[in-house]
Design a protein around this ligand. Structure first.
Ligand SMILES: Nc1nc2c(ncn2[C@@H]2O[C@H](COP(=O)(O)OP(=O)(O)OP(=O)(O)O)[C@@H](O)[C@H]2O)c(=O)[nH]1
Ligand SMILES: [Mg+2]
Length: 492
């Protein structure tokens, strides 16, 4: 090592003093060697950590499901499980029976609540006016709602037989409580049950609320543990007995439930309240014969139609058994979509491979359950804008599912006109294909305008209750996510 050049301040600053003694030189050399050893150790640790991180990241794909409440996030997650993890799913399938039974029992109890109200007061209440949407940033696009004409013609005629049926179905009140207890279900404070989104009050005097669970693992493990013995065998036996009892009560009430449901007056009552049965989440009254049977086993089609509202952020670890991603683990986060839940999303934005954003496009004429002033499509546009504009997510692959295409199609075929709710729609044909393209274009523009840097617009028209069609869409999505994931691992 030569003398430091006179003109280099750094070299001068770190050079040994010119009058260094032998002892000082030895001490200095030894402390320099120690510093080198520590630095090499740190480098080695960093290399090992990076390799481990790379291995972890290469094996784990992280996907976030976002969108407003009832947009279909949890249903999309079920489709991932059905398509890519069939063995694990087969074990899980039966635990959905209780959820489906609860959906059915809540459906009929809600109908009975309305029946009680109608019988007590023969004049039906007017329903709220249809919702409208502002599809552009332009205020002029809002169409003011006009009062909905009531289709009511004369009083509904209920008889003693209706009163008798209502009385005979009283055990379903207790059954609802038992099923909720079995699942560890809570009731939301802010959202009514979908069949109750009129001003109906339940027999207990409170508005019937929508059920939710805080953790997806707890209710499944509660149900799975029902058949096992062990220290808390008594609790498990109790639960097993309760499950059998639930089946018996339902089977015993099956004919009366069907009779109420098929009753002409009851159907007229629902018509006057403008219920569109097929669009009600977790609606199973048309399937009572099957679901209330003692040997009922849920099909995948039943399970994707079941409704259990998500609260908080739920993590699912899905081990892919088939497809190009076989052998990898996907961490999928299913979030609660209602307004009070959204603040919990943001911590999960970091380090995420892809976001699947669900926007239900059949909802252009509906309002948020948690805030009846806000149009649901407009709320989806707003959320999409926020997600696209996020700096944290600027490198995350964004996949848009324009969901509930089946319901959009049915709604337009029933005669609901998009242009009555979306001024800018103009005189375009009132069919699902044209409307789907129109909404898609608007989402594309939002992404283009608000993304911090240019990104690809990946969009799919979906009906995620159709598991076969959704499997095809997921095939495309899986490949895209996997590629993005591998690219991100390369960068580590
Ligand atoms: N007909 C139809 N129903 C759908 C579709 N997607 C979801 N649903 C139903 O809509 C309901 C709500 O879907 P979820 O997946 O629970 O909605 P979510 O986005 O998870 O809602 P939160 O948990 O409240 O945030 C369920 O009963 C689904 O079966 C669809 O494309 N078509
Ligand atoms: Mg959910």
């Amino acid at each position: 090592m030569g003398a430091p050049p006179d003109d280099d301040p750094l070299a001068l600053a770190i050079a040994p003093p010119p009058n260094e003694t032998v002892e000082q030189r030895e001490a200095r050399l030894s402390s320099e060697a120690e510093a080198r050893r520590i630095s090499e150790k740190i480098d080695e640790q960093l290399r090992t950590e990076k390799a481990a991180q790379r291995k972890r990241r290469s094996q784990t794909v992280k996907v976030l499901l976002l969108g407003q409440s009832e947009s279909g996030k949890s249903t999309t997650l079920k489709n991932f499980q059905i398509t890519y993890s069939p063995h694990a799913w087969a074990e899980e399938r039966n635990s959905w029976r209780t959820v489906i039974q609860l959906n059915l029992v809540r459906n009929i109890n809600s109908v009975l609540d309305m029946l009680a109200e109608e019988m007590a007061n023969s004049s039906p209440k007017p329903t709220s006016p249809a919702a409208v949407v502002n599809v552009s940033d332009d205020e002029d696009d809002i169409v003011e709602p006009s009062a909905t004409a009531s289709s009511s013609t004369g009083p509904l005629r209920f008889t003693d037989h209706h009163a008798l049926l209502k009385l005979r179905l009283t055990p379903l009140r207790g059954l609802q409580r038992d099923l909720e207890e079995t699942l560890g279900v809570s009731l939301t404070e802010d959202v009514e049950h979908p069949l109750q989104r009129s001003s109906v009050r339940s027999a207990a005097g409170r508005t019937s609320q929508e059920a939710f669970i805080r953790s997806h693992t707890s209710w499944k493990s509660r149900l799975r543990s029902m058949g096992e013995g062990g220290a808390d065998g008594v609790v498990k036996k109790n639960r097993e007995a309760k499950a059998r009892e639930a089946m018996e009560i339902l089977a015993g009430c099956k004919d009366d439930i069907r009779e109420v449901w098929e009753d002409e007056m009851v159907q007229e009552m629902l018509r006057r309240r403008q219920f569109v049965i097929e669009s009600i989440p977790g609606f199973f009254l048309n399937d009572v014969e099957r679901i209330a049977a003692r040997d009922y086993e849920p099909s995948d089609n039943d399970i994707v139609r079941a409704r259990l509202r998500t609260m908080g952020v739920q993590e699912y670890n899905i081990k892919f058994e088939i497809g190009p991603a076989a052998g990898t683990e996907w961490l999928m986060y299913d979030v609660g979509g209602s307004r009070t839940q959204r603040a919990a999303w943001f911590p999960y934005f970091d380090d995420c491979d892809a976001i699947i954003f669900l926007a239900p496009i059949s909802c252009f004429d509906e309002r948020l359950a948690e805030d009846r002033k806000v149009n649901r499509l407009e709320d989806s546009y707003m959320l999409w804008r926020l997600v696209c504009a996020s700096k944290l997510l600027q490198n995350t692959q964004m996949i848009l599912f324009l969901n509930k295409y089946d319901l959009l199609d049915q709604k337009l075929k029933r005669g609901v006109r998009v242009k009555d709710h979306v001024r800018s729609y103009g005189d375009r044909p009132n069919d699902a294909e044209t409307a789907g393209k129109y909404f898609s274009q608007h989402f594309r523009e939002i992404m283009k305008r608000h993304s911090p840097q240019p990104r690809q617009f990946r969009v799919h028209q979906t009906s995620v209750v159709d598991t076969k069609a959704t499997a095809v869409t997921l095939g495309i999505v899986e490949e895209g996510i996997l590629q993005a994931h591998l690219r991100s691992v390369e960068l580590i």
